[in-house]
Design a protein around this ligand. Structure first.
Ligand SMILES: N[C@@H](CCC(=O)N[C@@H](CS)C(=O)NCC(=O)O)C(=O)O
Length: 204
């Protein structure tokens, strides 16, 4: 059995989507970020960074208990455990890695930075505008990509879609102005969001 510690943020969504899509049974433990639920000694023992998500798998590799943080590491762990959503064909791997890394190192951190500035006491407008414009440029490239292929890494759905979905769906909810004018991204958001496992995962 897997325990998931998360909240309804982009990274929490990613982990929960992976568990649902991979069909791995889990118990969800909501973490109250606003009231320091992620900074208790018990929580810090699971993730010293004091961040969600975390999973604890009582049946980890070798039958041993595994504690794992980092949304993308959790996605890879679930996909490998279930044997789904990571292409095994070497010809498909580079496109998969590229899409997955874009979600991991471009979109996720850009959103985290924008949220950090927006929520700060005295947001520095030029810095915010610089990061917002970078986000929009990345999303425009995704719009072009999704104009000529159905999913983030090509013809088949992968955890790159789920990683990207967590970030883009969250942004569309909270800062919709950052997701305007990207019809192919909208088509893809609709398709991924309509998957029953994703719909279940988004109910925080
Ligand atoms: N790189 C980490 C980032 C995790 C992260 O930033 N989590 C946020 C919520 S989306 C969090 O726990 N924030 C609370 C805090 O940092 O105090 C991942 O992908 O899991």
């Amino acid at each position: 059995m897997i325990d998931l510690y998360a909240a309804g943020t982009s990274n929490g969504m990613r982990a929960r989507i992976a568990l649902e899509e991979c069909g791995l049974p889990y118990t969800f433990h909501p973490v109250d970020l606003a009231n320091g639920g992620n900074k208790t000694p018990e929580y810090l023992a699971m993730n010293p960074n004091g961040q969600i998500p975390v999973i604890v798998d009582s049946d980890g590799p070798g039958g041993k208990k595994l504690t794992l943080s980092q949304s993308l590491a959790i996605m890879v762990y679930c996909a490998e455990k279930a044997g789904k959503f990571i292409p095994t064909d070497p010809k498909l791997r580079p496109a998969f890695s590229q899409a997955f890394m874009s979600a991991a190192t471009d979109m996720g951190p850009m959103l985290g930075t924008i949220f950090g500035i927006v929520r700060s006491k005295d947001p520095h407008r030029p810095t915010l505008e610089m990061f917002e414009s970078r986000w929009k440029e990345y999303l425009k490239v995704w719009d072009t990509t999704l104009g000529h292929q159905r999913f983030a890494a090509g013809k088949v759905v992968t955890i790159a879609d789920f990683a990207l979905y967590g970030t883009v769906a969250r942004t569309k909810n909270v800062l919709p102005a950052l997701c305007e004018g990207v019809p192919n991204v909208d088509r893809w958001l609709g398709e991924i969001g309509a998957r029953p496992a994703v719909a279940r995962a988004m109910k925080f």
